[in-house]
Design a protein around this ligand. Structure first.
Ligand code: DGJ
Length: 739
C-alpha cells in the first residue's frame, strides 16, 4: 500500500519543500486547486482543477486510500502519493496536463517538436519535481521536469502560485541539452498550458470579439465538439479577439456558478484552442506564436513560454472578473497603487493639424477644467502633416515647433499639468528619411511586395540594431523634454512577415523575437526613466493583454469614443482587465465616429467608470459645457480611488436597456454606482438598483443628495433611481460610509 504523508512545511507556501519522488501533486491557489499525477508511462495527467481539495481528498481522487497527518489540507503544495503501478485505466484521450501528441494522443498537441532526423514523437520521462519558494514575494513554483528518452530535449512544466491568490500561472521551459555542434531541434508548437475542466453538464465559452473601433465585445456560446481556435495572426494581440477565455456549465450568472478562466500574457500572435472532445470533456490550451511558425532550439538554448494564468471561482462571472482584476493589480501592473491622472488628448480635436499655439490654447482650457496630464497626439514630428509621411523621423517638425518641444512642455507645466506625447516607434512611412536610409529595416520578404496599411510599414523590432535605434531616440526624447507620459501607438498588423538577413527561419523567428525585443525595450526605457508612464495603444485597443500590462500603466480602449458603443466595449474590457487601466475619453457631440448626439453628463459617466480623459475640441465647448466638465472632473477626482482600485460589480448587461457598474472600496467605506439607460420603455425601468458590495451593517450618505441609506436596505431593496426623461440618460451616486 502506498502511504501518503503530509509534507512537513507544505502547510504554507513559504514553507513548501521539494517533494522529489512523488507521483502526484496538489497545487493550491486561494480557494482553488489543481491536482496532477503521472501515469505509469510518465504522462502528466490532470486529476482535478476547481474547488480546493486537501491532501486526503486529493489522494482519494487519484485512487489512493491513505492516512493523512494533521495540517495536510492547508494551502500550498503537497505530495498526495507515490507508487509504482497506478491503478488507473489508461486513457490516452483523457485529460492530459501536458499534451505532446504522442502515441495514441490524437487531440491538440500543446507541445510538438521535430528532431533533426525527422522524428516528431516525444517520449518524455519524468525526471524530478521541485518546489522553489520565494519568501520575499510569497510565491511558490512547482517545477516538473521531464527529458526525452533519447533526444537532447528537457521540458519543464511550471506552476506558480501566490499566497491568497486564486491564480495559477503556468508555462513551459524547453532546453536543448545537447552539446555544441549538435543539430537543432525544431519547436513546432509550445503552448504554455493545457487547462482541463472537470466534466460539466454542459460547456459555455465566454470570449470577446471585435474589430477596429468595436473591440472587446462580450460573447458567450456553447463550443462545438472538436477544436475551436481563437487567435491573432496579426503580430499584435489584436482587435478581433483577446487572449483569454472563460468556461462555465451554461448556468453561471453574474453572482452564481463556477467559472474557469485562462489568459495568456503575450502581445504578439497567439492561439487559444478550446477542445471539446467527443467524450464531452473540455481542455483549453493557450500559447504564443501563429500556427505554422517553427522555432529552432540550438544546443544550450532555452525557450520559455509566456505565462498562461488560470483561475477557478464559484461566485459567478463577477467573482471571476474580480479575481482577474485583483491579479492584474496585485501581480502584473507596475505601480498599480498609483491613481491615474485625468488626461487631455488632442487627437480628436486637431487630427494632424498641430501647432504650438493651438496646443497651448487647448492646454489652457484643459487646465481650466481640472485636467492633470496634457498629451499631444500625432502630427508633431518630421514632415508628419498627414498619415502619408514622416513616421520614423522623430524630431519636432521645424515649421510647427521651430524651437523644439520646450516652449510647449514649459507652457503645459506652467499650467500645472504633466506633459505627455504620442509616439509610434515600431512604424515607418515609406515617405520618410528613415525609410530612405534603411529600407531593409522593415518586415519584408525578398521578391514580395511590401503591403502598406495607413501608408506605413512595420519596422523589424526583432533586429537588434532596430531595437537599439528605437531605444536611443526614445531615451533622448524623454530625457530632453522632461516627458512624463508616452502614448505608445502601433497602427497596423504584420504582413509579409520576413527577416531575410536572419536566413532561412528568420521569418518564423521574427514573430517571437519582435515581442521579446518590444518587452525588453519597454523595460529598459522604464528603468532609465522611473517616473515615465506609458499608455499602450494599437489603433485603439489592439494591444491589450497581461504581457503588455506588466510594462504599461494604462491602455487606450478603443478609437470609438461614442459613449453608447463604449458601454459594450467597456463591458468586455472589464471581464478581465480592471478600470485602473481602461482609458476612456469624453469627446464631442455629435460623436465624430457615429454621428450620435449624447448628453455631456452621460458621456462623462461612461468615461468615469475607467481612467477619465477628455478628448473633445474644448475650443468648441460652450461656457455651460465647460462648467459642467469642471464639475464632473472634480467629482471624478473624488471617486477615482474607488473606481480605479475598488471591487467592481456588474449590473445588467451593456446591450440591455438599463445597465450599470458598482465600485466598492476594499474596506467598504465608499461605493460609486453608475447607472446607464439606453432607452426607456417601461415604468419598471425606474426600479431601484440592488447593490452588492456595501456593508450590510453600514450607513452610507449619498454625497450628492445628502440622503443616508442603510447598507442592509441597499443590499435588499436597493438604491432608489430617478433617472428622469430623455435617453440616453445616466446617473452617478457616490456613497460614503458614516457609521
Ligand atoms: C490611433 C490611435 O488609436 C488614436 O487615438 C490616435 O492616436 C491615432 N492613432 C493617431 O494617428
Amino acid at each position: 500500500m502506498t502511504l501518503i504523508r503530509s509534507i512537513p512545511g507544505a502547510v504554507s507556501i513559504s514553507g513548501a519543500r521539494s517533494i522529489s519522488g512523488a507521483r502526484a501533486w496538489v497545487v493550491t491557489a486561494g480557494r482553488s486547486c489543481a491536482v496532477l499525477r503521472l501515469d505509469a508511462r510518465d504522462r502528466l495527467l490532470s486529476a482535478h482543477w476547481g474547488r480546493e481539495l486537501g491532501l486526503e481528498q486529493a489522494a482519494a481522487l487519484v485512487g489512493v486510500s491513505v492516512p493523512v497527518t494533521a495540517g495536510a489540507a492547508a494551502p500550498g503544495f503537497g505530495a498526495v502519493g507515490h507508487g509504482g503501478a497506478w491503478p488507473f485505466e489508461e486513457d490516452v484521450e483523457g485529460p492530459l496536463e501536458l499534451a505532446v501528441g504522442a502515441a495514441f494522443q490524437f487531440g491538440h498537441a500543446q507541445l510538438a517538436v521535430r528532431f533533426a532526423d525527422g522524428t516528431r514523437e516525444l517520449e518524455l520521462e519524468f525526471v524530478s519535481a521541485l518546489i522553489e519558494n520565494s519568501d520575499t514575494e510569497d510565491t511558490a513554483e512547482l517545477v516538473l521536469s521531464f527529458a526525452d528518452r533519447h533526444y537532447p530535449l528537457a521540458v519543464e512544466s511550471r506552476y506558480r502560485v501566490r499566497s491568497g491568490s486564486p491564480v495559477i500561472e503556468r508555462r513551459l521551459v524547453l532546453r536543448h541539452t545537447g552539446s555544441a555542434g549538435e543539430e537543432i531541434i525544431s519547436i513546432l508548437r509550445a503552448d504554455s498550458a493545457s487547462w482541463t475542466l472537470p466534466p460539466l453538464a454542459d460547456y459555455r465559452l465566454s470570449q470577446v470579439r471585435g474589430r477596429w473601433a468595436a473591440e472587446t465585445r462580450l460573447h458567450r456560446s456553447s463550443p462545438p465538439f472538436g477544436e475551436t481556435l481563437l487567435t491573432s495572426r496579426r503580430g499584435i494581440t489584436g482587435h478581433h479577439a483577446n487572449p483569454w477565455v472563460m468556461v462555465d456549465d451554461g448556468t453561471a450568472g453574474a453572482t452564481h456558478g463556477q467559472v474557469f478562466g485562462c489568459a495568456l500574457a503575450w502581445s504578439g500572435s497567439w492561439q487559444i484552442t478550446v477542445e471539446r472532445t467527443s467524450a464531452d470533456r473540455t481542455v483549453v490550451a493557450a500559447g504564443f506564436g501563429p500556427d505554422g511558425a517553427v522555432w529552432p532550439l540550438a544546443p544550450g538554448e532555452v525557450l520559455t513560454t509566456p505565462v498562461s494564468a488560470g483561475i477557478w471561482t464559484d461566485g459567478g462571472f463577477d467573482a471571476a472578473s474580480q479575481a482577474w482584476h485583483a491579479y492584474v493589480l496585485d501581480h502584473v501592473l507596475p505601480h498599480a497603487e498609483e491613481l491615474r491622472p485625468v488626461v487631455y488628448n488632442s487627437w480628436e480635436a486637431t487630427g494632424f493639424d498641430v501647432s504650438l499655439e493651438g496646443q497651448l490654447a487647448l492646454a489652457r482650457q484643459a487646465a481650466g477644467i481640472g485636467v492633470e496630464l496634457f498629451v499631444m497626439d500625432d502630427g508633431w514630428f518630421g514632415s508628419r502633416t498627414s498619415d502619408r509621411t514622416g513616421l520614423g523621423d522623430w524630431w519636432p517638425n521645424p515649421d510647427r515647433f521651430p524651437d523644439g518641444l520646450a516652449p510647449l512642455v514649459k507652457g503645459v507645466r506652467e499650467l500645472g499639468m504633466d506633459f505627455g506625447l504620442w509616439v509610434e516607434p515600431e512604424m515607418v512611412n515609406p515617405d520618410s528619411d528613415l525609410y530612405r536610409e534603411h529600407p531593409d529595416w522593415v518586415l519584408h520578404q525578398p521578391f514580395r511586395q511590401r503591403s502598406e496599411h495607413r501608408n506605413q510599414l512595420v519596422l523589424n523590432l526583432a533586429r537588434p540594431d532596430v531595437a537599439e535605434w528605437v531605444h536611443e531616440w526614445l531615451d533622448r526624447l524623454v530625457a530632453e523634454n522632461d516627458i512624463g507620459f508616452l502614448k505608445w501607438d502601433m497602427n497596423r498588423p504584420f504582413t509579409e512577415v520576413g527577416w531575410p538577413e536572419a536566413g532561412n527561419g528568420g521569418g518564423d523567428l521574427v514573430w517571437r523575437r519582435y515581442v521579446e525585443n518590444l518587452y525588453a525595450l519597454l523595460d529598459k526605457l522604464r528603468a532609465g526613466h522611473p517616473s515615465l508612464r506609458i499608455e499602450s495603444c494599437s489603433g485603439g485597443g489592439g494591444r491589450l493583454d497581461a504581457g503588455m500590462l506588466a510594462r504599461v500603466d494604462q491602455v487606450w480602449t478603443s478609437d470609438n469614443t461614442d459613449a453608447l458603443d463604449r458601454l459594450a466595449i467597456q463591458e468586455g474590457f472589464a471581464q478581465v482587465y480592471p478600470a485602473r487601466v481602461m482609458s476612456a475619453w469624453v469627446t464631442d457631440s455629435p460623436n465624430p465616429h457615429t454621428g450620435r448626439r449624447m448628453p455631456l453628463e452621460f458621456r462623462f459617466h461612461v468615461a468615469m467608470s475607467g481612467v477619465l480623459g477628455i478628448g473633445g475640441d474644448l475650443a468648441e465647448w460652450s461656457e455651460e459645457e465647460l462648467v459642467t466638465a469642471r464639475e464632473m472632473v472634480a467629482a471624478y477626482k473624488r471617486i477615482r480611488p474607488v473606481v480605479q482600485h475598488g471591487v467592481r460589480y456588474t449590473h445588467g448587461n451593456a446591450s440591455g436597456d438599463l445597465s450599470g457598474a458598482e465600485y466598492v472600496a476594499a474596506d467598504r467605506s465608499e461605493a460609486v454606482v453608475f447607472v446607464y439607460r439606453r432607452e426607456r420603455r417601461f415604468a419598471q425601468m425606474e426600479r431601484p438598483v440592488v447593490l452588492r458590495g456595501v456593508d450590510a451593517g453600514g450607513r452610507y450618505r449619498d454625497v450628492g443628495s445628502g440622503i443616508v441609506h442603510h447598507g442592509a436596505v441597499l443590499l435588499s431593496r436597493g438604491l432608489p433611481m430617478a433617472l428622469g426623461g430623455g435617453d440616453p440618460v445616466s446617473t452617478m451616486v457616490h456613497l460614503v460610509r458614516e457609521g
